[in-house]
Every structure is written in structure tokens, then in C-alpha cells.
Design a protein around this ligand. Structure first.
Ligand SMILES: [Zn+2]
Length: 373
């Protein structure tokens, strides 16, 4: 299976300029290809990747307006066109009800920049990363690469840091799980309730979040294009990066633990985007990072031979049913925190009862579940 290994890299001044050029060319090629596809009448045949590459790279280089494309390696340009092909494929799949990909959008300079090099465009030697037409880059090897990488993606984030992300093949892991299965009930106030063990509490970002909002207010009053405004923008970007890193780290630690300890992890399939119209609540949900957490669980389970993540339909009445006897007591008000089952007499904590039900549906003890892996 393929996994990513990401490292910080430190390009020198010249390399930074060259990278800026590469990022720019990658963006232009992508946008040109997208514009070309958009302008193609519906009844015409869909252009192949090869056709698009010829149009927006090979032929474009011959024109005065795009001759500067020749100054960078062709490898990331070809990858950029390929990325657009994948974006369209995902969109087609979404039209058929698979996934939620949207129609591809034009790339903007203000967003995170990236360029991907396949083996033709990079090499590793003497602890340095060599990129086509840019020379050797200093890399901070925070851990060693397990095998020869098949590609590397260079990115520059909004704070101005550069990273190299390698794709490598890795062997599947095998470890004895502690438990056959666990159910997870995701929450707002508490990140998650497992069917076994203590609630999982998310880190508190309130202090950092308050700071971000204060700077955002300041930013709104500052003159566009001014130096002070740029300084504020950078401060906000840095704070947001800190929050993202804390959250990511938390999600990594928790998902690794869950997958290592349990053979099957079940959670509700929350269509987060259409779940709530309530803006405050949807903000809270995206801050929790449920979607990211789910993706991490799935990819970590795939690293093992014998792990599974089950997503159960969110219409399962997980909070309306007794996890001991299956008696359905009906809808509960959100304020009700514990339930006494009138059928079997068991007393349940509301959230743990839901998690236990999720576990039972996911583990296949009760019907109606949708399996991902
Ligand atoms: Zn009961």
C-alpha cells in the first residue's frame, strides 16, 4: 500500500525563486487545461490527458504568451494536467452518487502552492533532494524513508514554509488487537465516546481561537496592501497553522490508538456538509475535524492486514435503542443524559449507549450497516 512521508525542506533564495516559477507554471497549465475543457462544447469528445498535455504544454510553449513554460521541468506540468484529469474523474463519480467531489475550480496564487515530481524529475543523494532544473535541497529528515519513493510533492504553505511529501510503498502491518470491535459516538462538547473506556476529550483551542478573531477584527480595519496588514495576515495564518497542527496531532494519536487496539472500529456515517444548516453547529463540527478523523481511521486500518472501519447509516436509531436488550424507547431530548430501560431495567449513559449500539451494528451483530474496508 502507498503511504506519505513528509519533511520540511529549506530552499535557498535562488531555489525559492525557481520554486515560485514552478508553482506559477503548474497553476497556469492547470488553469489553461480547465479553461479549455470548459470551453469545449458538450457534444464534443472529452479530450484525453495526452491531448490536453499537448495543448497546454507542448504547443503552448511555442507561443509568445506561454514560452516561459519551457524554463521549468516538464514533469510537474504533466502531473498538473494529470491532477485535473483525476479531479474530473472524481466529479463524474460524484455525479453518479460516489463521493462528494465538486466541479474542478481554477487554482489561485493565494492558496497553498504545490508541484509534484515523478521519478523522472527527482533523485535522492547524500542526504539531499535533487529536483530537476533546481539542484539539491536541504531536507530535515525527521524519520527515515522505508523504501524508494515513487514521487515527491513540494508544497509551500500560507506561512511560507516548504515541505517535501514522498509517496512510498510500505509493507502491511500485523499486530494482535486487544478487542474485536469498538463503537465510537462522535460529539460536539466531548470529541468522542467509545463503547469501551473513557471519553476522548479534544484539545482546547479557545484561547488561540480568540486571538485569531481579535487579529481578524484588526485586519478588517487595516488598509489593503499595507505592510501592517500583511503582518497581521501572517500572524493569523501562523495561529491557524498552530491550531491545525494541534488538532492534527490529536487526531493522529487517537486514530492510531483506536486502530492498533481494535480489529473493527465503527462510527456513524455523518454527511457533515448536509447534516446541519445551523452555522454555529457546523463550525463546531468542522473544528472537531470529524471528516479528517474518519479519513485517518480508514487509511490507518488499510495499513493492517486485518483491520476494518465500518460506517453505519446515520439513520440508525443509536440513541433510541437499549444496547442491552434492543428495546426501542424512542427519541430522547438532548438534555436527557442517562436512560433507565423500562424493558430490561439497565441504566445507560446516553452517549455510551449510543456508542455500544454503533459497535453492535458495525460489528454485524445487528443488521443494516455499510462497510468501507
Ligand atoms: Zn433494555
Amino acid at each position: 500500500m502507498r503511504v506519505r512521508y513528509t519533511y520540511r525542506i529549506y530552499p535557498n533564495r535562488v531555489q525559492q525563486d525557481k520554486l515560485a516559477q514552478v508553482f506559477g507554471c503548474v497553476r497556469v497549465v492547470y488553469n489553461d487545461a480547465l479553461a479549455w475543457v470548459k470551453s469545449t462544447p458538450n457534444e464534443e469528445k472529452w479530450p484525453s490527458n495526452g491531448d490536453l498535455q499537448k495543448l497546454v504544454i507542448t504547443q503552448a510553449k511555442q507561443t509568445k504568451a506561454r514560452e516561459w513554460l519551457a524554463s521549468v521541468s516538464v514533469v510537474p506540468l504533466q502531473q498538473s494536467v494529470q491532477d485535473l484529469g483525476v479531479a474530473f474523474k472524481n466529479w463524474f463519480a460524484a455525479l453518479k452518487g460516489q463521493g462528494q467531489a465538486k466541479f474542478p475550480r481554477f487554482k489561485k496564487r493565494a492558496n497553498k502552492q504545490s508541484a509534484r515530481f515523478t521519478q523522472r524529475g527527482f533523485s535522492l543523494s547524500n542526504g539531499k533532494l535533487n529536483l530537476a532544473k533546481m539542484g539539491a535541497f536541504k531536507v530535515k529528515w525527521s524519520r527515515s524513508l522505508p523504501s524508494e519513493p515513487s514521487s515527491v510533492t513540494i508544497t509551500k504553505n500560507t506561512v511560507g514554509q516548504y515541505h517535501a511529501s514522498f509517496v512510498v510503498e510500505s509493507e502491511q502491518k500485523s499486530a494482535e488487537p486487544l478487542r474485536p470491535s469498538i463503537g465510537i459516538d462522535l460529539g460536539i462538547k466531548v470529541f468522542a465516546f467509545p463503547s469501551v473506556g473513557e471519553p476522548i476529550i479534544a484539545p482546547n483551542y479557545t484561547r488561540l481561537d480568540k486571538k485569531v478573531r481579535r487579529f481578524q477584527k484588526r485586519l478588517a480595519k487595516q488598509k489593503p496592501g499595507s505592510r501592517r496588514r500583511e503582518a497581521t495576515r501572517l500572524k493569523i495564518a501562523k495561529l491557524q497553522l498552530t491550531i491545525r497542527n494541534i488538532r492534527k496531532n490529536f487526531l493522529h494519536v487517537q486514530s492510531t490508538k483506536l486502530i492498533r487496539e481494535n480489529q473493527t472500529v465503527s462510527l456513524e456515517d455523518l454527511a457533515v456538509s448536509n447534516m446541519v444548516k445551523n452555522r454555529k453547529l457546523s463550525r463546531a463540527i468542522s473544528q472537531q475535524g470529524w471528516a479528517e478523523f474518519r479519513a485517518m481511521l480508514v487509511s490507518k486500518a488499510a495499513q493492517y492486514i486485518d483491520r476494518a472501519v465500518n460506517l453505519i447509516s446515520r439513520w440508525e436509531p443509536t440513541s433510541q435503542t437499549c444496547s442491552d436488550c434492543g428495546f426501542r424507547w424512542g427519541k430522547l431530548d438532548l438534555s436527557v443524559r442517562s436512560v433507565l430501560c423500562i424493558s430490561c431495567g439497565a441504566e445507560h449513559d446516553r452517549d455510551q449507549n449510543a456508542a455500544k449500539n454503533i459497535d453492535q451494528v458495525g460489528a454485524g451483530l445487528v443488521h443494516d450497516s455499510k462497510c468501507l474496508h
